[in-house]
Design a protein around this ligand. Structure first.
Ligand code: PEP
Ligand code: MG
Length: 557
């Protein structure tokens, strides 16, 4: 039996199911105490919750698990929210217990967040988490937790909230499966930071029984109950690998840079821990989301200098804001469009009255960061370039901003400049673009979307969102060749780069660098060491000859 969902972390794992159920608290509604007494109980529960959350933030921060420490810090803010607190106190005045008042007081804020989109919607889970922590303290009942689990566990739950996982013995977890959740939910962040596969948003957990063996396929987004021997053998190949700190080469000596994709300071730290050879894609648009005002030049500067300092001997490629598409920003007044993926996004916003100032501020900070102590390793790339004119305009803009910095008497330097190859038009013009750029980085997520004309967020066409289609593979090959002819190095930072089962093909296609989620860096590094460059090139040649994805898959098997 197979259950479909969204795959997180491009790996497979197997293990035995551990079902995690949410605690169903029994709550007394009517209070036999005075409102003052109930308020006091609420206040001391709040105190206790705060100290638990501070401890959890510290603990997860120390373990440097991606955004997790910050999640608990955000939960403390929810706990202190004056509106929620006064709502709860008003409820207590009506003669109910503190626990009933807490349950009621969180209802509206939770549904308000739930009615929003994207990351804000996910925050509703944090509110539930804070609510349940308070109730658990008030009723004196422990929530079910994951502190005592057997080895090789696959945790199966409706949803996993930060409090569920902060106590979890991570060394025993092989995989995660949740009925709810999406790529941006807590469980996805956790899965990536632990480097273990997850399948989220399955909709159902039917047929997933305690103790049963399952295969969690984070690559294809499915869960296989009672997998065959053959399927389990494949898992062995992609099992968690040891961290490899040094740079790696194929068996016959071709060096491949294995870098990390990151979105914030925590992920940069984690990339270093996982032995990444630098940062291949810093998705800076996340700096612009979930806030009221855009980041200042100083904030940008400090962020980039911090990344450069954490990788003093490696390249750090920062992508300028890729806002628009599936990543809207609240303070930008962008017109609603039927098709945001085909609208103003990425570099297009740099030349737009709405986005220009944001871009200029960011780019100036980057030019300054390039002059910092470890700044000579900085690379800057532009997203969603679709014509040579656009890249030329971006270069002109860089020159103008350098001029401004000159006038402001600030230190600056020119970093390596490159672009994302993510549209079919860029592939066609890759030669001309590579003449102008220092490097090209192939974004297979978008390149597949635009080549196959299949939205990356529409599950109805998920089948077409596969970079193994011959048209996408030939586009990759063409980009690599054009880059090489024009002395530009060529990397790949789409999800495809982080799939160890495709590493041989990618090496064979001639990529110089692969950039991926930190969790999969060790697996890809160890895979590269097993590969013979010559053999992989002939395999890639063969793959490039066939005309259907089925034939490609057959050859790769
Ligand atoms: C891509 O499109 O492959 C890519 C790496 O960029 P993003 O996923 O951020 O659009
Ligand atoms: Mg992209």
């Amino acid at each position: 039996m197979e259950i479909e969902g969204t795959g997180i972390t491009q790996q497979k794992a197997s293990g035995k199911i551990v079902r995690h159920e949410e605690t169903d608290f029994s709550i007394e509604e009517k209070s036999d105490k005075t409102a003052e007494d109930e308020k006091e109980r609420f206040e001391s529960a709040k105190e206790e919750a705060r100290s638990q959350l501070e401890e959890a933030a510290e603990k997860t921060g120390e373990k440097s698990e991606g955004d997790e420490g910050d999640i608990f810090k955000a939960q403390i803010q929810f706990l202190e929210d004056p509106q929620i607190t006064s709502g709860i106190e008003d409820n207590i005045e009506e003669g109910i217990t503190a626990e009933a008042a807490v349950r009621k007081g969180f209802e509206d804020p939770i549904s308000q967040l739930e009615s929003q989109e994207g990351r804000m919607k996910e925050r509703a889970d944090d509110l539930r988490d804070v609510r349940d922590r308070l109730i658990s303290i008030l009723v004196g009942e422990e929530r079910t937790n994951l502190s005592d689990i057997p080895d090789e566990a696959v945790i199966v739950a409706e949803n996993l909230k930060p409090s569920d996982t902060s106590e979890m013995d991570r060394s025993k977890v092989e995989g995660l499966v949740t009925a709810k959740g999406s790529r941006t939910s807590h469980v996805a962040i956790l899965s990536k930071s632990m480097g273990i596969p997850a399948v989220v948003g399955t909709g159902t957990l039917e047929g997933l029984k305690e103790g049963e063996e399952v295969l969690v396929d984070g690559e294809n987004g499915n869960v296989v109950v009672d997998p065959s021997e053959e399927q389990l053998k494949q898992v062995k190949k992609s099992e968690k690998a040891e961290v490899i700190r040094e740079r790696v080469a194929t068996g016959d000596g071709k060096k491949i840079e294995v870098a990390a994709n990151v979105a914030n300071h925590e992920e940069v730290k984690q990339a270093a821990e996982k032995g990444a050879d630098g940062i291949g894609l810093y998705r800076t648009e996340f700096m612009f989301l979930d806030r009221e005002q855009p980041p200042t030049e100083e904030e940008h500067y400090e962020n980039y200098v911090d990344a450069l300092d954490q990788f003093p001997d490696d390249r750090v490629i920062v992508r300028t804001m890729d806002i628009g598409g599936d990543k809207p920003v609240p303070y930008l007044d962008l017109e609603e469009t039927d098709n945001p993926f085909l609208g103003k996004r990425g570099i297009r916003l740099a030349f737009d009255s709405e986005g220009e100032e944001l871009f200029d501020t960011q780019m100036k900070a980057l030019l300054r960061a390039a002059a910092s102590e470890n700044g000579s390793n900085l690379g800057v790339m532009f997203p969603m370039v679709s014509s040579v004119e656009e890249f030329d305009s971006a270069l002109e803009k860089v020159e103008e901003l350098e001029q401004e910095l000159e006038e402001e008497e600030k230190d600056y330097a020119r970093p390596e400049l490159g672009l994302m190859v993510e549209t079919p038009s860029t592939v066609q013009m890759a030669g001309e673009l590579a003449e102008r750029a220092d490097f090209l980085s192939i974004g297979t997520n978008d390149l597949t979307q635009y080549t196959m004309a299949a939205s990356r967020t529409d599950s109805e066409v998920a089948e077409l969102q596969n970079p193994l289609y011959p048209s996408v593979l030939r586009s990759i090959k063409q980009t690599v060749e054009k880059g090489r002819e024009n002395d530009a190095w060529v990397g790949m930072c789409g999800e495809m780069a982080g799939n160890p089962q495709l590493t041989e093909l990618l090496v064979g296609l001639g990529l110089d660098e692969l950039s991926m989620s930190s969790g999969v860096v060790p697996g890809v590094k160890s895979e590269i060491k097993e590969i013979e460059q010559e053999k992989s090139s002939s395999k890639a040649e063969e793959v490039l000859q066939v005309s259907s994805i089925e034939e490609v898959k057959d050859l790769l098997d």
